[in-house]
Design a protein around this ligand. Structure first.
Ligand code: FO1
Length: 330
């Protein structure tokens, strides 16, 4: 069975571990978000791609969900001694090696997809990890700033999230998205999938920024495979991160049902909401033309994460069977 997942950072990576446990024989392709990427100290940093790579490769700092386990910060301490900032974004020594390899390969002319493939080879990933695009498309967030002309300015997502701790967001901009195209293999992975999964990643700045790459939303909406998502919103709030702030920026209520309707029935065939907090949302989601089930959605253990991934695959199989889809999710 071929499964294709559109994943962001920490939540998406943790979910993928459960998906692999729920479908150990499946071929899984992960289309990763590049909107969080940025250049710092001359190094190209890809946080969401690295979080998937480290999490599934066994090198992740489990508590943080990003960066390396057993990390040291000798370089960061030296940069501080030189008074070279920014002080709000810390790069660990092991992590810097990843960025050095990536920056060197990009500088030699390799596209991000080739770089990602090379980096993942070392980690012997159990999935194929593709960037959503080889082009540079960075997420910027428009925030209030009384000193700025017009009282607003756009900041890079990393500054918005890490330095500013996600204040109210007025708009989300994918800089360069107009000139971007899906990376090699992305459209094929969508077309050839037996199941397409939207993990509980941020629906705006992770899954949303992947779907915004010209051609990807259309490919997912037109896929023969059932598309099943898991709500990142439980009980009216994000399980982690700042999805509430960026949902407000795009005018979507912070509820499990609103996010399903935001993706829309043209894209989404099935949606899982949390059984304890959001069972009452099932009727509203189904009324929008999206099959909906209420299951426990807190990734509180490996078993809990496997179970919710299994529930998503079971719903996909139900949908495929009811649609008589050409590719039953076996
Ligand atoms: N997040 C922080 O809150 N503080 C940091 O200093 C920080 C450094 C960092 C370095 C590399 C990397 O890949 C991720 C890093 N992150 C840090 C997390 C990052 O902001 C998030 O993982 C994603 O961008 C959100 O999905």
């Amino acid at each position: 069975m071929h499964i294709t997942a559109l994943a962001g950072g920490v939540g998406g990576a943790r979910f993928l571990r459960g998906l692999l446990a729920a479908a150990p024989d499946a071929d899984v392709t992960v289309i990763g978000n590049v909107g969080d990427d940025m250049t710092m100290h001359g190094l190209r940093i890809c946080p969401d791609l690295d979080t998937v790579m480290y999490t599934l490769g066994g090198g992740i700092h489990e508590g943080q969900g990003w960066g390396r386990v057993d990390e040291t910060f000798g370089v960061a301490e030296e940069l501080k001694a030189y008074g070279v900032g920014p002080d709000w974004f810390t790069l660990g020594d092991k992590d810097i090696a990843t960025h050095l390899v990536r920056t060197q390969m990009l500088g030699a002319g390799y596209p991000l997809s080739a770089v990602t493939e090379a980096l993942c080879t070392r980690w012997e990933l159990p999935v194929r990890l593709l960037p959503s695009t080889d082009e540079r498309v960075e997420t910027h967030v428009v925030v209030d700033d009384p000193e700025a002309p017009g009282g607003r300015r756009a900041v890079h997502f990393q500054e918005y999230w890490v330095r500013m701790h996600a204040p109210d967001a007025r708009a989300i901009v994918s800089v360069g998205v107009e000139d971007a195209k899906p990376a090699p293999g992305v459209l094929e992975a969508i077309a050839e999938a037996d199941v397409i999964v939207l993990p509980p990643s941020n629906p705006v700045v992770s899954v949303g920024t992947i779907l915004n790459i010209p051609g990807i939303r259309q490919a997912v909406a037109g896929a023969t495979a059932p598309v099943v998502g898991l709500s990142p919103i439980v009980g009216g709030g994000p399980v982690r991160g700042m999805a509430d702030k960026v949902l407000a920026a795009v005018g979507v209520d912070v509820t499990a049902a609103a996010v399903a309707k935001h993706y829309g029935p043209e894209l989404l065939d099935g949606w899982l909401v949390d059984a304890d907090a959001d069972a009452s949302a099932v009727a509203e989601v189904e009324a929008a033309g999206i099959a909906c089930r209420a299951v426990p959605l807190m990734m509180s253990s490996a078993e809990a994460t496997r179970a919710m991934a299994r529930a998503a695959l079971d719903l996909a199989a139900e949908i495929a069977a009811s649609h008589g889809s050409a590719r039953p999710a076996s």
